[in-house]
Each structure stands twice: as C-alpha cells, then as structure tokens.
Design a protein around this ligand. Structure first.
Ligand code: PEP
Ligand code: MN
Length: 338
C-alpha cells in the first residue's frame, strides 16, 4: 500500500499515517520529496484498505501497488511530472534539447560550445568533467577543473549545466559547483549506493539506461533515487547493446512509449551515444521525438575533428542549429513546442 500525501500535508498528518501503519503491524517507508511526501506500508498488506487512510487529514490517495516500483509509477501519479531546472521545464509541452561536448576540454572550448548551444536555441548545456572510458589509457576527463570551466561557460551564456557523477565521494563537490542536473551514466545505472546518495539531495537527476538493462530494472533504479526523497528524475534512453555492429548501440524507440505509460517522469533520448555517428543523430533525434520523448541529450563540439572524446558522433554548431530548425515543425505537428 502506498499513501500519497497532499501538497502541504503537515508533520502531524504524516505522523498519524505512520502510526496507523504501525498499529496494523506493518513498517513505514517515508519518502519526503520537495513537493509531496509518499509513504509506503511495508509488510503484509492484506490487513490494509484504502478506506483506512483516505479520510485522514492530509492524505490525497491510498492505493495498492503491485509493481516493484511505486513512487515513479504512473499509478501513484497519473499526470505528467515536470522537472524544472533553473526555470527550464522538462516533461511538459516544451521539448528540451540539452547539448554540448562529450567532455570538457578547455575554457575556450566550453565557452564556444555554450555560445553555439544557446544560439541554436537549446536551453541546457552538457559536458563531462568525469568520463567513464572503456580503456584506462583514454582521457578520463579534467575532473574538478572541468566543473570550473563548465560553470564559467554556464554563467557566460546563462545555461543550466548537466554533468555526470561517477563517484559518491564527489557529490559534495558537485553541490559546491552548483551542478544543475546530475547525470548518472549507463555504466552506473545499477550502482545502488550512488543512486541512494543522489536520492538524498533534491537536484534533478538524469538516469541513463544501462547497457543491457530491461525497462523494469531501469524503473527500479529510478525507484532507488525516489525512495530517498528525490523525485526529480529524468529517464534517458541511449541505445542498448545488441548484435548489430554497423552502429554503436541500438536505439530502443519502443522503450519511449512503454516508459511514458509506466512512469509519470520525463523521458529524454540521447541519439549521439545510440548512433555513434554524427550523420545518424538527426534521424534518431526525430524518431525519438515522434515516439513521445520529452527532450534530447545531444553531443555537439565547436570543432568535432579535434574532440578529445567521441569525435565521430559530435555535431558541429551548424549541424546542431539545422537539427533544431528541423525539429521545430515536428514538435508543432505533435502538439508540442521546441
Ligand atoms: C555521456 O553522456 O557522456 C556518456 C558517457 O553516456 P553513456 O553513459 O550513455 O555512455
Ligand atoms: Mn560521449
């Protein structure tokens, strides 16, 4: 059983619900989000009914959830959740495109990237300061220095930043640098300790799909974050590992409507890591939007030939601007804006 408290429910209302759960012999799991609190009753639910909770002050709804994920489930929250990042809504009518280089390289490269991203009409900037590389001998990212360049570029162009966190020990540093959106990468989708830690803060989190994770595993990974009280989660499909070698990963377009049905949280798509080639990005981006994605995460470099990481898949500034122009009528046809 899950008890969804109304916005503005008081501590006393919450305590009364907890008391009722305990007196029925079950334990509570309280997830305090910034907007609302959700209380799970853990144990043998057969003794509980929705009628026991719904008339109580501060309770919006009580429901039995049979799925393993609850807070992220659409059953608990039928409307779409909009995650707002420094005033930019993700998950509403507007499609948001997050763009920028794979990795942060120099202050000049980040400033040029941020300018191109803003000029193309995108409203969020990406860039990796900590890079999960398959080879230990590849460039691993600039680390904290990269956060500094990212922040400078963000300030210069007024764009919120998205960057990947790989290590729980760096969470406080990410907060000090005021990272706007924390990206949990593919390789860490099931790093449960990392998920629990980002669950304790209320910064928005982009949760990328694991290399071969099922939709159910992905939803449960998000539930780890939500259970800690952070309900600001954005799913990001980035292609899964398949048998095909002609491109980097197989973009699972089917996952988009499946996820939109299962969860109220926003779903975005990374066409760059899916295709692995810049020329594939526009087609995959359009397919994603047509299938109902709420946004895109696109790699763009001011000079792709010189990119230190993922050069093949980076759009150049002109290609990003063209993509944005091509997406606008598609968004409109779908009843959305760009
Ligand atoms: C990235 O977005 O920079 C990245 C490393 O992506 P993924 O985790 O999807 O491989
Ligand atoms: Mn990359």
């Amino acid at each position: 059983m899950i008890i969804v408290m109304a916005r503005g429910a008081s501590d006393a209302d919450i305590a009364a619900v907890v008391e009722k759960i305990r007196s029925a012999g079950l334990a509570e799991h309280v997830s305090r989000g910034t907007e609302r609190t959700i209380i799970g009753a853990v144990g043998d639910e057969r003794t509980l009914t929705a009628d026991m909770f719904e008339p109580m002050p501060g309770v919006e709804r009580a429901l039995r959830v049979v799925k393993e994920y609850r807070i992220v489930s659409r059953e608990v929250h039928p409307g779409n959740t909009v995650v707002t990042v420094r005033g930019v809504p993700i998950g509403g009518k507007a499609i948001q495109v997050i763009a920028g280089p794979c990795s942060v390289e120099t202050p000049e490269q980040m400033l040029a990237s941020a300018r191109a991203v803003r000029e193309a009409g995108c409203r969020l900037l990406r860039g990796g300061a900590f890079k999960p590389r398959s080879s230990p001998y590849s460039f691993q990212g600039l680390g904290v220095e990269g956060l500094d360049y990212l922040q400078q570029a963000s300030r210069a162009e007024g764009l919120p930043i998205v960057t990947e966190l790989m290590d729980v020990r760096l969470l406080d540093t990410f907060l000090e640098y005021d990272v706007d959106v924390i990206q949990i990468g593919t390789r860490n989708m099931q790093n449960f300790d990392l998920l629990k830690e980002v669950g304790r803060i209320n910064k928005p989190v982009i949760l990328k799909r694991g290399l071969s994770a099922t939709v159910n595993e992905w939803l449960m990974a998000a539930e780890y974050i939500a259970a800690g009280g952070n309900h600001n989660i954005i799913f990001c499909e980035r292609g899964v590992r398949g048998f095909e070698t002609a491109y980097r990963n197989m973009l699972d377009v089917t996952a988009i409507p499946v996820l939109k049905r299962e969860t109220h949280l926003p779903v975005i798509v990374d066409p760059s890591h899916a295709g692995g080639k810049a020329w594939l990005v526009p087609a995959l981006a359009k397919a994603a939007i047509a299938a109902g994605a709420d946004g895109l995460l696109v790699e763009m470099h001011p000079n792709p030939c010189e990119a230190w990481c993922d050069a093949d898949q980076a759009l150049n500034p002109d290609e990003l601007a063209t993509l944005m122009r091509e997406l606008a009528p598609l968004a409109e046809a779908l009843g959305r804006t760009l």
